[in-house]
Write a protein that binds this ligand. Structure first.
Ligand code: IPE
Ligand code: IPE
Ligand code: MG
Length: 251
């Protein structure tokens, strides 16, 4: 499914096929209201619903949300534990609804530290929705872009050993991309980060090579349907050259 934007020029249209979002600013949203940071995460769930609904309604095939990074374990235990609880609750509560709306759910990241219970919930949710043909919603949990590349490389090595291919043979992108954790999706067309920071924070670092990057100061819990639509409109005005000149695109 991945068409590498550095190997082939992908087909582009005015509407993004894949939107990937760093949902940032929950803590500051809460702090600015003199609420505990966790209140921001709770409120952020509503913004997730809005974003999913918009993509489903607009027939955007892939939406990917960064919910918990491999670096977020560094946060206070209390906050990490609330984030886990919210994730479990959302899985239990929302999956039936997602299924009803023909949405396929995927959870990617290093899921092992989450334990058997959450692991089982994730598996069940993915299984329930795996044949759905509408929006593919991916939640990145304990995800890190470098982890993704490393685990893919590990599998490349394993495959080579099994097939008795020399380990020092030339490596091509096509050998790696099938093992990336989002190999079922095209590379993101549009990346959105809310909350005012202008950084990637170890999100899909391989896959974002040619993605259009949109940053907004709006905190995630405030990110409205109109805000999301504004990002999509901005995207439609980009000229995606993939190394070529404007004149080449015109002809
Ligand atoms: C993003 O909001 C949510 C997660 C990282 C889980 P933050 O919690 O990072 O909010 P800020 O950046 O501190 O405001
Ligand atoms: C990135 O946000 C991770 C998620 C939104 C899940 P952070 O708030 O953790 O990013 P940094 O650490 O400020 O770059
Ligand atoms: Mg943050």
């Amino acid at each position: 499914m991945i068409v590498s934007s550095t190997q082939n020029v992908p087909e582009v249209s005015a509407k993004p096929r894949h939107v990937a979002i760093i949902m940032d600013g929950n803590g500051r949203w809460a702090t600015s209201r003199k609420l505990p940071r966790t209140a921001g995460h709770i409120r952020g769930v509503q913004a997730v619903r809005r974003a999913v609904e918009l993509c489903a309604r607009e027939n955007i095939p892939y939406l990917t949300l960064f919910a918990f990074s491999s670096e977020n374990w560094r946060r206070p235990e209390e906050e990490v534990s609330l984030l886990m609880k919210l994730f479990v609750k959302a899985l239990q509560k929302e999956v039936v609804k997602l299924n009803k709306h023909n949405i396929r759910l995927k959870v990617v990241g290093d899921l092992e530290p989450f334990g058997d219970n959450l692991g089982k919930l994730i598996q069940e949710a993915e299984h329930l929705t795996h044949q759905n043909t509408g929006l593919t919603l991916t939640i990145c949990a304990n995800y890190g872009g470098r982890w993704d590349i490393l685990q893919a490389m590990q599998q490349v090595i394993k495959t080579r050993l099994a097939k008795q291919v020399a380990l020092d043979d030339v490596i091509s992108e096509n050998e790696i991309t099938p093992f990336l954790s989002m190999s079922y999706a095209p590379e993101p067309d549009l990346f959105i980060r809310t909350g005012g920071e202008i950084r990637i924070s170890n999100f899909l670092i391989w896959q974002l090579a040619y993605t259009e990057l949109y940053f907004t100061d709006t905190y995630w819990p405030d990110f409205s349907t109109a805000d999301f639509e504004a990002a999509i409109t901005w995207y439609a005005q980009r000229e995606r050259r993939f190394g070529r000149t404007s004149a080449q695109l015109d002809s």
